[in-house]
Design a protein. Sequence first.
Length: 433
Amino acid sequence: MSALPAQSDLQAAILARRNWAVERLGAWVRHGSVLGQELQAQEYIADVYEEIGFSSRFETIDIDAISKLPGYSPVDWSYHNRPNVVGFHDPPSSKGRSLILNGHVDVVSPEPSSLWTSDPFGPRVVKEEEDGETWMYGRGAADMKGGSMCYLWALAALGDMGYTPASKVILQSPIEEECTGNGALALCANGYTADACLIPEPFAESILRRQVGVMWFDVRIVGKTTHVLGTGAGVNAIEKSWVIIQALRELEVETNDPDRVPDSYKDIEHPINLNVGIITGGDWASTVAGECVTRFRFGLFPGESLSDLKNRIEKRVREAAAVDSWLKDFPPTVNYVGFQAEGCEFDVSGDFGKALRQAHGNWRGSEPVELTATCTTDVRFFNLYYDIPSTCYGPKSRNIHGVDEKVSIDSMQRVTEVMSSFIGDWCGLEKRG
Ligand SMILES: [Zn+2]
């Protein structure tokens, strides 16, 4: 194996690749990869894998093969034409420690896109006066195509200097990080494993220490349909839904009671959030709404079980229904589609955490901040079910999942510097002849 290149040489090689990285990121963001429309973005990134000297492969998700595995989340949609993409660098005499570099391809809906300053899928690069940094706006620019571009940028810059990793490196572009994690689960189940996994989610150059779990569920309420003439005889399912929303808000308050919040989350304001995400009810302005389905998201702390949370939710729904004149006879039903994600912790003092913290320290001159997250990421599959240490370390972002999402390109460049040193240290490097 080769000695690691000097930091100043790495810095110059990374700077020389900056325009390439910005151009590739912009083109990738243009392929708006919301649920069900990931294919073009996947084809695009497979080409970039090949461009930097990796081989690429499309991996179909076989739902029957993963539906019994721990970590699986149930779905009511299809996986047709929605592959994961994997990239390989597999040197014949692998010497260092193997590594997965993983970044989900899916993005959340940009709606209402009319509120954006410009087209969410028409990326725009702006130097902002307030912080002097250069940012790229666009849905997915930050969450998380920008982070994924950092490892591609690092590998490309190392390649420009004549270096390749001395060990096996697997690039992963899974679908469905934003709704189930089934993409990452399928990759683990198919044997794409390694000694560590780095996921550059846009967490401002911090290192992820722990994350909450996330559960999706929906509550269906049936009312009594009548013409508005006979409103008095009808029961409006939309209005009855409010009974359940209020009851679940009370459960949220109790869940955040300081007495039950674990020490690791005591410093976080309101760590467990209930979100009322989608409400679908009624079908005619002059008909009393006969059915309403509300889709919720609820969090849970690391170490808490999904089945306990289900019990608490269902109990609360039952109790609220029991004291309602209509719902006591027509009780709401609770159904689970999407995230059934446990919380998880990452030991930053293990070999992988140490190597990453050291790479950050070498460039930035201090330890990275440790992040306690109130969202989930795909690291849980690697840490909890496949014994692969996994954490997040990625660029600075603003407004992820919101209007005018953006990623700092200057922060991406800093992350790329740290990653290039980390890859060199973890995998070792070989100089091409
Ligand atoms: Zn993300």
